[in-house]
Design a protein around this ligand. Structure first.
Ligand SMILES: *Cc1c(COP(=O)(O)O)cnc(C)c1O
Length: 431
């Protein structure tokens, strides 16, 4: 039942746009009322009506250890007793920067901010400041937060025209953002051939996870590494999702590619608001107060947030084998979906990230992702929710598996996914 959630949603809509503080939470694309959450523990969340759900959203990524890991909670409680914010340097910031540099060696120097959006925005400013160039290349279907210059879509005219993808973004703010196609080397090459000397950076999600999960084709990331180097542009890996998730060292460790700059978010805060950007010392020297690129934040490096981040990264570092286990458990779900769906679903999985697309095409980029039947996804979402399983309320988001997901819960999830997909096959053969 969702009586209390429904009442809260009505109240929320009076004073919060759409009743939510981030749009996807409104359940708009699955046509239901969002569940309001009262508490979470391990792989379960409990809503205000008392339903206990197996959670595969995991707060959209931070929850790699599941919810309320006792070690993290204990440290955060201790930290709270010493005050919530000082606006002055702390040892914890140093420890976190050292830990980041140790686990993600390309991030020799890093700066903490308060969200992934802010990390990306600042990394791009750093890239522009360092190279003295204005243009950046992003990929269709990759999400890098909601800053003006990144809310773009490809224009219909020339290759190098982009237009805002949100009201309220002046066209002038997106004119320096060029849009290429994920997994399509030719689209990147064409942009570099046209204006390579004006391009400050290419920014990419090394594994795209915001159009559903889409893996990079063999050689694609290497190609980006090469072409940026060739033109004196920087390569920025947006590892806000993949950082500490695909491997301890993120996608760059997994694929053995060293970007010039990296952005982190989600897991790095262990459930608290932290983003980070960093990279080569030489580039990061440009950041104020060392250099001319201004960037600041009242709550940056917050002592409670850094406490949660450090403890989370420590736990991951002490248990490197969890990555194999996570991948294994996630593959169990992926295999079930593939087995039941045959050619009628596309299942993309890597490590603890996966997506089931209701399409008979392979999903390798934004266009093929859009071939998915979102009504089918809505029905799938509803079916799982009725059985107390909470997946992303959108076809174009990842399913996240955590170390708290028990084998029993994974098996139960597999069975239900199979049941849904088989029922779908029956329906479509009838119609
Ligand atoms: C979530 C996300 C962001 C934005 O992070 P916020 O903390 O929501 O601002 C940026 N890039 C990627 C790849 C993300 O998944």
């Amino acid at each position: 039942m969702d009586v209390i959630s429904t009442k809260l949603f009505e109240r929320a809509k009076q004073h919060i746009p759409g009743g939510v503080n981030s749009p996807v939470r409104a359940f708009g694309s699955v046509g239901l009322t969002p569940r309001f959450i009262a508490a979470a523990q391990g792989d379960r969340i409990v809503d205000v009506d008392g339903n206990e759900l197996i959670d595969y959203v995991c707060s959209w990524g931070p929850g790699i250890l599941g919810h309320a890991h006792p070690r993290v909670i204990e440290k955060v409680k201790e930290a709270c007793d010493r005050g919530l914010t000082y606006g002055a340097p702390t040892e914890k910031e140093v420890v976190l920067a050292e830990l980041i540099a140790e686990l993600v060696p390309s991030m020799e120097v890093s700066r903490l901010v308060s969200s992934g959006t802010e990390a990306v925005m600042s990394a791009i400013r750093a890239a522009r400041g360092y190279t003295g160039r204005d243009k950046i290349v992003k990929f269709k279907g990759c999400y890098h937060g909601h800053s003006d210059g990144l809310l773009v879509k490809a224009g219909s005219a020339a290759l190098t025209t982009s237009v805002p993808d949100s009201a309220g973004v002046p066209a002038d703010y997106t004119k320096n953002t060029l849009v290429a196609h994920y997994n399509d080397e030719a689209s990147v090459k064409a942009l570099f051939e046209e204006c390579g000397k004006e391009i400050a950076a290419v920014i990419v999600e090394p594994v795209a996870a915001n159009m559903g999960v889409v893996l990079p084709k063999e050689g694609f990331l290497e190609f980006l590494r090469d072409i940026t180097g060739q033109y004196g542009a920087l390569l920025i890996f947006d590892e806000v999702i993949t950082g500490f998730r695909l491997a301890l060292g993120g996608a760059q460790e997994y694929f053995q590619i060293r970007p010039d700059l990296t952005t982190l978010g989600k897991i790095v805060g262990g459930g608290m608001p932290i983003g980070a950007y960093g990279g080569k010392r030489e580039i990061m020297k440009c950041i104020s107060p060392d250099g001319p690129v201004y960037q600041a934040g009242t709550l940056s490096g917050n002592p409670i947030a850094t406490t949660a981040g450090i403890e989370t990264l420590q736990i991951l570092k002490e248990n490197p084998r969890i990555y194999g286990q996570l991948a294994e458990r996630t593959a169990m779900i992926a295999d079930c979906a593939r087995e039941a769906g045959g050619a009628h679903v596309a299942v993309n999985q890597i490590g603890s990230l996966m997506s089931i697309f209701f399409t008979d095409q392979q999903v390798t980029d934004y266009e093929s992702a859009l071939s998915a039947d979102t009504r089918r996804y809505a029905a799938y979402f509803q079916f799982l929710l009725e059985h107390d399983i909470y997946v992303a309320p959108s076809q174009f988001e990842a399913m996240f598996v955590s170390t708290a997901h028990t084998k029993e819960d994974i098996l139960r999830t597999c069975e239900l996914i199979k049941t849904y997909i088989r029922s779908m096959a029956v329906c479509s053969s009838v119609s």
